[in-house]
Write a protein that binds this ligand. Sequence first.
Ligand SMILES: [Zn+2]
Length: 147
Amino acid sequence: MDHEDIMRSAIAEAEIAVSDGNAPFAVIVLDYDNTIVWKDHDRVRENMDPTAHGEINAIRYLCKKLQTLSLKGYTFYTTSEPCPTCLTGMIKARVSTNYYGAKTESDASLPLSAETLASHAKKYPIKVVGGILEKECLEQRNRLLHK
Ligand SMILES: [Zn+2]
């Protein structure tokens, strides 16, 4: 599976989020062997929890399941650029890499780019790369966000 195949899975997961009444944001998690180990999505409305973004949900689930505080070597594919809450969560969980689709900075509640925030993460560095199927991810978000 290449970057685009994995991002297509994330886009499909974001459709599930919307069918459950949530926002169209999703995450696919790969472990250090590049095996997909978890898929999750925004559950803010479902859980009535403003922090229940896909990345946070995945971190909570995986760390508890694996009984670890470190997801070092793990990669998170997200349909949109991670918000500061999620990026900080990934840094805290020592996630190694984030590949995302579309940028969100311009309409985020806290408009700070993930790349800028990540550049400050010296203790637990995270590699952030955007633009994976950017057009498709943006189209989906625009089509489904305020549905
Ligand atoms: Zn978030």
